[in-house]
Design a protein around this ligand. Structure first.
Ligand SMILES: Cc1ncc(COP(=O)(O)O)c(C=O)c1O
Length: 498
């Protein structure tokens, strides 16, 4: 064991040296006053890797050549076991909404955990009511009635149940390239191959063409509700006459007329597709889809798991940008800043359907979760994080679009998104960049102190969605590191092809 520990610290030293060398010319991380606690190891790196291999399900994959072990977080920064600091521009997959270990949230957790942190919904607690009214007040009428639950998958599961019970119909429409969860009931809602299992789950679910203005069959210069448009050309004269929206709506209508029975339960959509690679639809698409669903008495369910809580900048919920009033909205991730919780909101009438039988979960809305949810909302409002997301998102979008244009759209094919939910689609020889090439860039970013995410059906999209407390220096640092990593990648490619 002693030998193993010695070897692992030697290896650690080597990695730190390599990182030091590769970062000699790297942009400097913005300053941070916070001093992380010294990490005391209970388990050696070797033991951790062994436990990971043997005792955790092998479906849990880690990123990077040498997986990064995080030991501390503070606001937009995280530290690894060797004390290296990183700017976390992925926020634990869009979940750390207000910042790691935000002092106000830490205080709430400390206080609540000395009062009461769990009891079931069989008893009244003040916390769930305080949270419920605060959250409901962030929605327009008639969305008033909440069910607080444990995960985004559960929230969508409940939405499936309610929409079927309410309409008395079974069939559900969803968009290709969408992601709504990994449970057996939400898996068929999803339409990204890697998130599917070869199991008979899809009965009653129908997917329509993803209205993707960049990669889809049709798309152009005015499609998106974003500062940055695709570099595709189209014949549309302006944003109000978007032929792409016409095209994709026609596809939806055809599916409704030919695949679905007259009566169906609901259409599900993310307000912006997240896991699918930050795909924004042509501006009028969701509004027109909503009108079609309503003509046929179906329900519209908007999945705000990634887009909610002010992240997209212009509105607190991104469905508001589409100009619709959904029947059901599901939310998770940013709701608890990393605490496992989620919620579904709907009208009083639709909510009644869950009383036909009994629906219960053990933890949803327990006092600790509710106190956390309540403080997260306070911080988003008090610190004006929605506006911050809007302004900083625009700053970053412009800088990334400049990188795209500097490379003539050949390496960075597309930059898109709203607020602090941004995607950067990478290309190689006119095709989505292969995974091993993406790995190189993401590794270089990490070595320069930047954590970014990735997504898309072929994992060729960089996803940027940090805690909303970042500042302008963080934005500039992010753009600079991405630029340098792409430069390095292009240099390597050029050398290889020489
Ligand atoms: C849009 C969307 N909906 C639902 C989910 C499922 O949420 P959870 O992982 O909390 O079950 C996710 C997770 O990534 C998501 O991105």
């Amino acid at each position: 064991m002693a030998l193993q520990i010695q070897f692992s610290s030697l290896k650690n030293l080597c990695f730190r040296w390599i990182r030091f060398l590769s970062t000699c010319s790297a942009p400097e991380l913005p300053p941070c006053d916070f001093i992380p606690k010294k990490h005391k190891t209970k388990l050696s790196r070797f033991e951790i890797e062994q436990i990971h291999r043997i005792n955790l399900n092998p479906c849990l994959k880690t990123w990077y050549k040498k997986p990064v072990m995080l030991t501390q977080g503070y606001m937009q920064y995280v530290w690894d076991d060797s004390g290296n600091r990183y700017l976390d521009m992925f926020g634990g997959i869009l979940t750390t909404s207000i910042g790691h270990c935000h002092p106000r949230l830490v205080e709430t957790i400390q206080q609540q955990s000395t009062k009461i942190w769990h009891t079931s919904s069989l008893y009244l607690t003040e916390e769930i009511h305080d949270f419920a009214i605060k959250l409901a007040n962030h929605f327009p009428e008639p969305l008033r009635c909440l069910f607080i639950c444990n995960s985004g998958s559960e929230a969508n599961d409940i939405a499936i149940t309610m929409s079927r019970l309410y309409t008395g119909a079974f069939d559900i429409i969803a968009l290709r390239n969408g992601y709504h969860g990994s449970t057996l009931s939400t898996m068929p809602l999803c339409s990204i191959g890697v998130w599917k299992f070869p199991l008979p789950t899809s009965f009653g679910f129908h997917h329509v063409t993803c209205p993707d203005p960049y990669r889809g069959r049709v798309g152009g210069r005015f499609c998106r509700d974003s500062l940055i448009q695709t570099n595709r050309h189209c014949n549309c004269i302006d944003a109000d006459h978007c032929q792409a929206a016409d095209y994709y709506i026609e596809d939806l209508q055809t599916v409704m007329d030919t695949v679905l029975p007259k009566k169906f339960a609901a259409m599900f959509a993310e307000s912006i597709q997240g896991v699918g690679g930050v795909v924004q639809y042509p501006k009028q698409y969701i509004k027109r889809a909503y009108d079609l669903v309503k003509q046929r008495n179906g329900l519209m369910v908007m999945d705000e798991v990634q887009t909610g809580f002010g992240r997209t900048g212009t509105n607190f919920w991104e469905f508001q940008s589409h100009g619709i009033m959904p029947d059901i909205v599901t939310m998770a991730k940013g709701i608890g800043n990393g605490f496992p919780m989620a919620a579904v909101i709907t009208t009083a009438e639709i909510a009644q359907t869950l009383t036909i039988g009994s629906y219960f979960n053990t933890f949803g809305g327990n006092p600790l979760a509710s106190a956390i949810g309540s403080t997260v909302l306070d911080v988003i409002d008090d610190d004006n994080l929605q506006m911050r997301s809007h302004n900083l998102g625009n700053r970053l979008l412009k800088k990334l679009a400049k990188i795209r244009d500097d490379y003539n759209g050949e390496i960075v094919g597309d930059v898109r998104g709203k607020g602090l939910m941004i995607g950067m689609e990478m290309m190689l020889h006119g095709k989505p960049m292969p995974k091993d090439h993406m790995d190189q860039i993401i590794e270089d970013c990490k070595d320069m102190g930047l954590i970014v995410g990735r997504g898309g059906p072929l994992a060729s999209v960089f996803r940027i969605a940090p805690p909303m407390c970042i500042n302008e220096d963080d934005v500039d640092f992010t753009a600079e590191v991405i630029r340098r990593s792409i430069e390095k990648y292009c240099d390597r490619q050029a050398k290889q092809n020489f």
